[in-house]
Design a protein around this ligand. Sequence first.
Ligand code: ARG
Length: 569
Amino acid sequence: MIQNIFADALMAAIPDLPEDQIRAGIEIPKEKTMGDFAFPCFRLAKAFRKAPAMIAPEIAEKLKDNPLFEKVEAVGPYVNVFIDKEHWAQSVIRDFMEADQYGSGTEGIREDGTRKNIVLDYSSINVAKPFHIGHLRTTVIGNSIKKLHEFLGYNTISVNHLGDWGTQFGKMAVAYQKWGDPETVDARGVRGLMDLYVRFHEEAKKDPSLDDEARAAFTRMENNDEEILSLWQRFVDISLKEVSRVYDLLDVQFDSYNGESFYRDKMDAPIALLREKGLLKESEGAQVVDLSEFNMPPCLVLKSDGSSIYATRDIAAAIYRKNTYDFAKCLYVTATEQILHFSQVFKVLELMGFEWAKDLVHIPYGYVSLEEGKLSTREGNVIFLEDLLNEAIAKTRDIMNEKNPDLENLEEVAQQVGVGAVVFHDLFNNRIKDVTFSWDNVLNFDGETGPYVQYTFARCSSVLRKAGEMEEQVPDASKLTDEYAQEIIKLIEDFPNRVREAAKKYEPYIISRYTVAVATAYNKFYHENSILNADDPETRYARLYLTKMVAYILKTGLSLIGVKAPERM
Ligand code: ARG
């Protein structure tokens, strides 16, 4: 990192100031014209017994002759430096060449070479409910966080904690037995199951005894009644079959589909432990953990009829995951409405004495709405994600047919760009922010979009293709000192930091925005400089090498947010 040069020089110039204070003190000036880095001298006033504005010129004087600095200035209490451009480019190129996979890391690898495990619970769909665009967020955010951690050396275990247990399945079973037609349900899939669910509620309004039947059916499920469980299994299979088509489009995979039903026989031990620790209290017939001390409502563990609930299964699931995967962290990606649920569950686990409860992290995200109006299941205007993705592909196909009708694998590219556009759009903002989905924003090839970044990658690929085979050599950094090349160099230098920041904050948008910045910088460079027709072979090679680095950064950056990078489009 180039900043080290400045830190080293400062350490030599101010030997009395500890290294960490020097490093922490370095700033990046807001105005580029002020310099690449700045060091404020306020903290030195006491030791030097001088005003900061008097100290700055002294330090500047000591740094002045360092050939790695193009210019050193004292401005008021600040020492500002401009790094030598050639040196800067050289240092970034060296880092890039030396790395196996530039930007990746070893944070996830222990000294003995073993990898730390990260469990990621995301997507976690509800069986027999639509996979709508709201669920897209947990899926793509989770997938990106997974890729970011893998890039940093962690071993990841992605879990689809299926919502496949609960009284609603008793209702489904009753409805299916009464009115279900296997052929219609097979043909209509989840829509067919939803029809039955709606019908159940309509009929139950007229005939409340249906609710009793449903409860009885669920009790049979809980008692492992084979007949009813085979019905339930059908619902699960129908849902999984449908959702797997979406996962294929998104290229998302899971290591485990252990959902809520998986824990139905794993709750006795945790409940016994809760009892033993005196944590369970009776409240209106139900068993709860009192959390008033922590300013939270009580966590319901057992309903008055003795049945478990969502939270009980999450308690059991966390323990199972710790025992099975010995995770360094276990992450849960859901909408903000579950913030309280996870705070309660994590707190209960902590009270149970599990030291690792501190390693459980909830990653909430905001809502998605369609431009036309809010998405809602109740109003019946649900947009199925699969339809939305297929529409994105169709729209992209139309655009491609106009722009580049001769493209060989047009269908494949339309899929990568169409789906990529939707994913990119979803990951473009701080995840807590609500998102409004509008086609114009999603598919704009010139805006801050997936297609724009993909298009820039295809541009780089085209330049490199036209250049033909190149013998790998160290490019001449003195040819990359123009303003446009320098802008790219600085962005490339920042890639490893951005990856770490995105992983640490669980924020894919840091990467998506970064790829837009790199693409924009490259497009400016491309328009301002001749690459293939550069004046001399050294300049040509240096610019091609820069193009190669940009291509790598864009492709890797996109892959970290789960978006493909076609070479032609
Ligand atoms: N199925 C739930 C939903 O769609 C999300 C489950 C999240 N994971 C968990 N372990 N609770 O709202």
